[in-house]
Design a protein around this ligand. Structure first.
Ligand SMILES: Nc1ncnc2c1ncn2[C@@H]1O[C@H](COP(=O)(O)OP(=O)(O)OP(=O)(O)O)[C@@H](O)[C@H]1O
Ligand SMILES: [Mg+2]
Length: 462
């Protein structure tokens, strides 16, 4: 956060001070979780449905906050009062960006891989200059401005994840901090229940290239027909990444090793360089190409880029987290969330890592698929069978169509069971697992996390 006087903060958010010294200065970060507020910070109190942030206002000040931004006065607390704290948070972030003319904002969206790729881009950008990026998946109307507000005069690059659960969301975020480089990874059926159609999802994601300014860059996936079509929706320069022949940043001669890690030749207009990734999964080729395209735009020379790509690591938990247990079982914890595209990517990684070994996939329910609910699950089961996965453990009746899809696949020699809950899945695995097995755990959030954690704990106990 840049230093700001409280009267400047009030002016920025169109609010008024109550019980606060106008000359007091913000020197710390802006937080909406009172436990995170530190000395010199600003605590944003949201009314909230369950808990009212104003109840923590005094605690925030005791923890050192200079003031609290909220919608009603609190006795003994220096306040910046506004009608709408969320709009105020956005307004404050906007003013901070306007005071940092040297800041390059990079925004990423897509149905799968935003957090993963945001972490890759942030690691590359950090080699070029001081970089701010959120931890994990802070990509909405709260997390986005929160991350923006962590920037200060020293920050060169601000890397932001942009989530879209509906039309207008990305435009809103872009209005807070406009990306000079906007990356669209892919368009899938994630959250289709809320959008109604793939067209609707593509339209919403296309708000990012639309928001990119004339002197900016839209970085688009050449291999995704929906994303490729977004080239006409930007005033900025278009850079295509992918494996298609016309991609500007292209991977060629892709191979996978026994850990599912890709090596490829990175080709750009002026040359090529070999790349050897440390992160697992064929889909990391696309993610790393997107990151490479951004790094090129930020000025990274090709040779350094090849090396830097090889050093990228995972930063956010439960995404392609591959580990070996002492008992010889290999686990792929990809349990952060799931949709048909990311489940397919994960199953392919399982097949790559599990070549010549016995493979087990623990698959949970995929939320928010709307009319694709049944077919989306069946398709995942079919793919598991097609890839020759040996054992399927389907968690929860709602995920049952995964089982149906697998057993309907002609010639599949594997076995599938549907278990009622995670505890039953853990029991099934205890009975089943043998040294040398490779287990994938994949599902939407809390629906399979316990399974992944149990597999991790078993490993330590062994
Ligand atoms: N390019 C990709 N294609 C398909 N799946 C991917 C891709 N990149 C990552 N994944 C997988 O998708 C899942 C979600 O990854 P990640 O958290 O990076 O995505 P996200 O878009 O940020 O998700 P969210 O919408 O929850 O924020 C993980 O299981 C990850 O392994
Ligand atoms: Mg995310």
């Amino acid at each position: 956060m840049i230093k700001m006087r409280l009267d400047e903060v009030a002016a920025a958010v169109g609010g008024r001070l109550a019980g606060a010294d106008p000359a007091a200065v913000l020197t710390g970060d802006v937080e909406y979780d009172s436990r995170k507020v530190g000395p010199g910070g600003l605590f944003v109190a949201f009314p909230g449905e369950k808990v009212d942030g104003h109840e923590f206002a005094a605690a925030a000040v005791a923890a050192g906050a200079t003031a609290v931004l909220g919608s009603r006065p609190v006795e003994g607390v220096p306040m910046v009062l506004v009608d709408d704290p969320l709009a105020a948070l956005a307004a404050l972030a906007r003013v901070v960006v306007s005071r940092l003319p040297d800041l390059s904002v990079i925004g990423l969206t897509g149905s799968s891989g935003k957090t993963t790729t945001k972490d890759l881009v942030a690691q590359l950008a950090a080699r070029l200059g001081p970089t701010v990026a959120p931890a994990g998946s802070l990509n909405n109307e709260l997390g986005y401005p929160h991350t923006v507000l962590r920037s200060d005069e020293a920050t060169r690059f601000l890397v932001l994840e942009m989530g879209a659960r509906g039309a207008g969301h990305i435009s809103y975020l872009a209005g807070i901090a406009r990306p000079r480089v906007g990356v669209v990874l892919n368009v899938g059926v994630a959250h289709i229940g809320e959008f109604g159609s793939v067209e609707g999802i593509a339209a919403a994601k296309g708000e990012l290239p639309e928001a990119v300014p004339v002197d900016g860059v839209a970085v688009l996936n050449a291999d995704d027909e929906w994303v490729r079509k977004m080239a006409v929706r930007t005033r900025g320069k278009v850079v295509l990444f992918g494996e298609s022949a016309d991609a500007d940043v292209r991977a060629d001669e892709v191979t996978l090793d026994e850990r599912g890690r890709a090596s490829y030749t990175l080709r750009v207009a002026r040359g090529s360089v070999p790349v050897r990734l440390r992160v697992s999964g064929r889909h990391q080729v696309a993610n790393s190409l997107a990151a490479a395209a951004v790094a090129r735009e930020l000025g990274m020379p090709l040779r350094e880029l090849g090396e830097a790509l090889g050093e990228l690591e995972l930063r956010s938990a439960r995404r392609m987290d591959l580990f070996d247990r002492p008992d010889g079982v290999t686990v792929i914890d990809d349990s952060y969330n799931a949709n048909p595209a990311s489940a397919s990517a994960a199953l392919r990684a399982l097949a790559a890592v599990g070549a010549g070994r016995r493979t087990v996939a623990v698959l949970g329910y995929m939320a928010e698929l709307g009319e694709f609910e049944r077919s989306g699950h069946e398709e995942v089961g079919r793919l598991a069978a097609e890839l020759g996965v040996d054992r399927l453990v389907v968690v929860g009746d709602a995920a049952g169509p995964i089982h149906d899809g697998a057993i309907a696949h002609p010639g599949w020699e594997g076995r599938s069971v549907v278990v009622g809950d995670q505890a039953a899945a853990i029991d099934a695995l205890h009975a089943e697992l043998r040294p040398g097995d490779v287990v994938l755990v994949k599902g939407s959030r809390y629906r399979t996390w316990d399974v992944a954690d149990a597999l991790r704990a078993d490993g330590h106990a062994a």
